[in-house]
Structures are given as structure tokens and as C-alpha cells.
Design a protein around this ligand. Structure first.
Ligand SMILES: Nc1nc2c(ncn2[C@@H]2O[C@H](COP(=O)(O)OP(=O)(O)O)[C@@H](O)[C@H]2O)c(=O)[nH]1
Ligand SMILES: [Mg+2]
Length: 397
């Protein structure tokens, strides 16, 4: 063990080594990691042990699943996704941050739950331009939610499958405290916000060795490549992988490799909704909040449900952030009322497959109507790229 880490951390490490159960090991390793000073000289030790921790957590989760009885009871936290799903979260505080007020403002649901503590999620549908967004108002996250406090595990696990996390922050209180609690719990639950997955692939191979390749100019420029290669090999080995090809396609750090090895890591888009913008001093707080977090959050919105201050084009903001477009299908000249919500850059074939496999299998041609200065009507094939608000009629043979 390196001498860079101090006696307290060394003692904690010994306790980790002595720990008997998985739960105990996880606790001790977390303790150890929290005691290591974070700087360049300890970066590799931290990465290696985070990787161990991820493996232990995976094992713990697998055991939990195995030991679960086959009861048919559906958890109230398990929410069936309907369309694009937005989840409102906040820290726990009395009085509340204003999540339920926002839910009610947007969807008219749960009016009687405003100002009350709710232990289970509330759900509503926000309609914008005939698009339905499902809004889930989650119970607040308590400190140590990621370890299970206050149904934290159930709440955080729902966040893993949503389309957008809306972090609600009470602008009349210390926003840094709220942000830091939420960001800490999300990080611990392996939820990464507003970043792309690191440009790494790790494939198991037949050869009995771990090989690391730097495949782009950017990857080749990483400083101390030899050291990084050695550390990648250690971390991969630590995950129980003995034979693998690791390919790097860009600038990558050792902690990115740890994330890439951890199947529980998810990458989510998130926005910040400041609440209670009508209360004193909230304007100043909102300006500072924006200043501090705008590099990590593209969308930060100040609101007041009391004064009905909320962007009218919230749906538009979400679609743009999630890089989604509207496609209207047409049948016998009649345009559908509700659009399909598709990823930016979709092709005609994606729409055909989305409607029904047979539209793809039996595809003949499609008519696309694009509104603009001059309306264009075009006959196109499967590989034609579609744009927001396009109307499409698929003809089959
Ligand atoms: N002044 C002000 N109070 C608000 C606003 N939104 C919510 N509140 C109040 O804050 C308290 C908590 O609201 P609630 O929506 O239940 O918060 P939750 O616990 O996060 O769901 C209630 O007393 C609300 O009336 C707002 O925009 N302005
Ligand atoms: Mg509430």
C-alpha cells in the first residue's frame, strides 16, 4: 500500500481486508475511499479500489436478486413508463421544495398532496403540442439515499430508466447544499449526468492477456500512456477479467475505465428547476446557481408556481435537450393528430419499423411533406433522413 494515503486510511484498509461479509467489505472500502486525499499521486489507488467496490456492489446486487422471493407484489416505486418520462427529485426538507406543486402546475394531478409529505411517487401527464410527457414526482432524497435510507434504492433505481432527471432546488434555501446532496447520492448510485459514456470498449478475447490499444490521435496524445496502460491492465484484472482487448477512442482517464467496466453505470440527461422564485432573495440565488452550474447543466430554469412563472415552451426545451423530433404519420391523406417522438437523425426505415415491422418488410416508397417557406412533397426511399415536424406516408407493396 502506498505511503501517500495517511495512517487513518491505512487502518481503514486493514479493516477492509479483515471484513467477513460483502456488506461489511463494501462499508469498509467506502470508508477507506473517503479517507484517501484526492490528488494525482493517489489517483490510481482510488481507481483500483473504486473498481473493487463496483465489483462487490454487483455481487451484492446479484445475491439480493437471487434471494428475492417470487412474490407477485408490485412495488409502488416501479412506474410503468408512458412516453417520454421526466422525474422530479429534490432533497428532503420541511417545507418541501415544491415538486408536487410543479407536478400539479404541469399536469393538474395530485392537488391534495401539495404541502404534504408523500412516501410514494405521484404521476401526471403533461401535454405539449399533443405530445404526452409523463411526469413523476418522487419522494425526496435523504442523505445516504444511495445506501437505502428513505427508500433511496427504489427511488434511485427508477431514475436509471427515465428520460430526463429534473433536479428541483428551493431557491429560498442554500442551493449548494441541495445540489451537493443530490449529486452525491446520484454519483454513488452510478448515475452520471450530462456526459457521454467514455470512448472505450472492453471485449473479452481468447488470448490469455490484456491488451490496450490507443486508436485515435486524441487517445495517442494522453500523457503518461505507459503508466495508464499498466493501470488499465490492473483495473481490468481486478474485475476478474484475464483476457481482453481494451480500445480507447479518445481522451480517457483511469476512472473512465472503472466506469466502463461497471455495468451499473448509466448516463442520464438532467436539468435544474429552481422553485419558489417569488420569495425574497431568490433572484440573486438563481443568478449564482446558474453561474456555478451552467457548465454542467445546459438547462437551468427559475420558476414560481405561486406566480405561475414557468416557460410556456417547456416541451420544446425538453425535445431540444433530448435531441428528439416530431414525425407525423399520414394515412390516406389524413395526418395523425399526435406525432411520433423519434431521435434526431432518424431515417424513413426507423419510422417504418416503429410503426410496424411489416411497413419495413413490405416497404415500397414513402411520401414526405416538409413544411417550410415552400412546402415540399417528396417521394423517398428507406434511407431518407427526416426532420422535425415532417409528415410521412408509407406505401407498401
Ligand atoms: N412561495 C412559494 N411557495 C411554494 C411554491 N411552490 C410550492 N410552494 C410551497 O412549498 C411547500 C411545499 O410544496 P410541495 O409542492 O408540497 O413540495 P414537495 O414536498 O417538494 O412536493 C408548500 O407549502 C407549497 O405551498 C412557489 O412557487 N412559491
Ligand atoms: Mg410532494
Amino acid at each position: 500500500m502506498s505511503s501517500n494515503i495517511g495512517p487513518e486510511a491505512q487502518a481503514a484498509y486493514q479493516k477492509y481486508l479483515d471484513a467477513g461479509s460483502i456488506d461489511e467489505k463494501i462499508k469498509r472500502l467506502e470508508e477507506f475511499l473517503s479517507l484517501i486525499p484526492k490528488h494525482k499521486a493517489t489517483e490510481n489507488i482510488v481507481a483500483l479500489n473504486k473498481s473493487r467496490l463496483a465489483k462487490l456492489r454487483k455481487e451484492q446486487e446479484e445475491r439480493r436478486i437471487r434471494s428475492r422471493t417470487t412474490s407477485k407484489i408490485v412495488s409502488p416505486f416501479s412506474i410503468k413508463k408512458e412516453g417520454t418520462q421526466l422525474i422530479l427529485i429534490s432533497d428532503y426538507y420541511v417545507p418541501g421544495v415544491g415538486k408536487t406543486s410543479l407536478l400539479n402546475y404541469l399536469t393538474h394531478a395530485a392537488k391534495d398532496k401539495i404541502g404534504k409529505f408523500t412516501a410514494i411517487p405521484e404521476i401526471g401527464i403533461y401535454e405539449y403540442d399533443k405530445i404526452r410527457f409523463q411526469i413523476v414526482d418522487m419522494p425526496s432524497l435523504m442523505e445516504d439515499a444511495s445506501t437505502g435510507v428513505g427508500n433511496g434504492k427504489e427511488i434511485l433505481s427508477q431514475l436509471r430508466s427515465c428520460d430526463l432527471i429534473c433536479i428541483c432546488v428551493d431557491l429560498s434555501r442554500d442551493y449548494n447544499k441541495q445540489m451537493s446532496l443530490i449529486l452525491t447520492e446520484l454519483t454513488r448510485a452510478s448515475i452520471r449526468l450530462n456526459i457521454e459514456p467514455p470512448p472505450i470498449t472492453i471485449d473479452k478475447t481468447g488470448a490469455n492477456k490484456i491488451q490496450v490499444f490507443y486508436l485515435t490521435r486524441e487517445a495517442k496524445k494522453i500523457p503518461n500512456i505507459d503508466e495508464l496502460t499498466e493501470n488499465i491492465k490492473k483495473v481490468v484484472f481486478e474485475n476478474g477479467i484475464r483476457n481482453a482487448v481494451v480500445k480507447l477512442y479518445g481522451k480517457v482517464s483511469i476512472s473512465d475505465v472503472v466506469d466502463a467496466l461497471d455495468p451499473s453505470v448509466v448516463y442520464k440527461k438532467a436539468i435544474i428547476l429552481g422553485t419558489k422564485g417569488d420569495l425574497p432573495a431568490t433572484e440573486d440565488h438563481f443568478e449564482s446557481l446558474k453561474e456555478e452550474y451552467s457548465n454542467r447543466f445546459k438547462v437551468i430554469i427559475g420558476t414560481s408556481t405561486k406566480k405561475k412563472e414557468f416557460p410556456d415552451d417547456f416541451g420544446e426545451i425538453i425535445l431540444a435537450l433530448l435531441e428528439k423530433i416530431r414525425i407525423y404519420t399520414m394515412h390516406a391523406g389524413e395526418v395523425a393528430d399526435k406525432p411520433l417522438i423519434m431521435d434526431k437523425g432518424v431515417l424513413v426505415k426507423d419510422v417504418a419499423l416503429k410503426i410496424h415491422r411489416s411497413f419495413y418488410d413490405l416497404f415500397d416508397y414513402a411520401i414526405v411533406i416538409r413544411k417550410g417557406v415552400k412546402q415540399k412533397r417528396k417521394r423517398v426511399g428507406l434511407d431518407y433522413g427526416l426532420k422535425d415536424n415532417d409528415i410521412i406516408e408509407i406505401h407498401i407493396i
